[in-house]
Write a new protein. Structure first.
Lengths: 111, 114
């Protein structure tokens, strides 16, 4: 089993729709979870972090965490073409003290 | 203007050559990291350093070497022992010594083996 798995893309949504990005992880003791956005050819940038079960909202972005199911998701409301990028899920693994990045989900928002 | 700089942006290596990728930060961050990204894949940790004159291997350290002689600098050498070095290399730093802090990335170096 891969340590971090993200739903395979590319994911295409129309402008204004909700984009849902999913991630499962294998480490049961992970406490911190991060979503990074990476535009094509550029470096990643942090958009959300979440530490507790439930939802965390920041503008149009909502991160959802379910530790029992080892599942974290990112919802993007009112998707814009500028949201078109690859989204990387990265749980923090206490053993080794490092982030483990998923392979990313490419999102395309069509005008 | 604070940030992380990486140079060069593009680098071409011939078979059997060692090359060094530069990473400099003026954020006064404690920890620095090197990642490798292959097409369609996530980032994989090569090396990291939490303090000057100390560094740790990541998941794919073979064929790479680093040094941390100054807090602001963390160069990565890709040696001839690395058989498939063509990739996008990203340097990052965190304010504290934990990878769970927000990671700030440099613009990356794209290395191609000729």
């Amino acid at each position: 089993q891969k340590e971090v798995e993200q739903n395979s893309g590319p994911l295409s949504v129309p402008e204004g729709a909700i984009a849902s990005l999913n991630c499962t992880y294998s480490d049961r003791v992970s406490q911190s979870f991060f979503w990074y956005r990476q535009y094509s050819g550029k470096s990643p940038e942090l958009i959300m972090s979440i530490y507790s079960n439930g939802d965390k909202e920041d503008g149009r972005f909502t991160a959802q965490l379910n530790k029992a199911s080892q599942y974290v998701s990112l919802l993007i409301r009112d998707s814009q073409p500028s949201d078109s990028a690859t989204y990387l899920c990265a749980p923090y693994y206490n053993q080794g003290g490092k982030l483990i990045f998923g392979q990313g989900t490419e999102l395309s928002v069509k005008p | 203007d604070g940030g992380i700089t990486q140079s060069p942006k593009y680098l071409f290596r011939k078979e059997g050559q060692n090359v060094t990728l530069s990473c400099e930060q003026n954020l006064n961050h404690d920890a620095m990291y090197w990642y490798r990204q292959d097409p369609g894949q996530g980032l994989r940790l090569i090396y990291y350093s939490q303090i000057v004159n100390d560094f740790q291997k990541g998941d794919i350290a073979e064929g790479y070497s680093v040094s941390r002689e100054k807090k602001e600098s963390f160069p990565l050498t890709v040696t001839s022992a690395q058989k498939n070095p063509t990739a996008f290399y990203l340097c990052a730093s965190t304010p504290g010594d934990s990878a769970a802090d927000t990671q700030y990335f440099g613009p990356g170096t794209r290395l191609t083996v000729l």
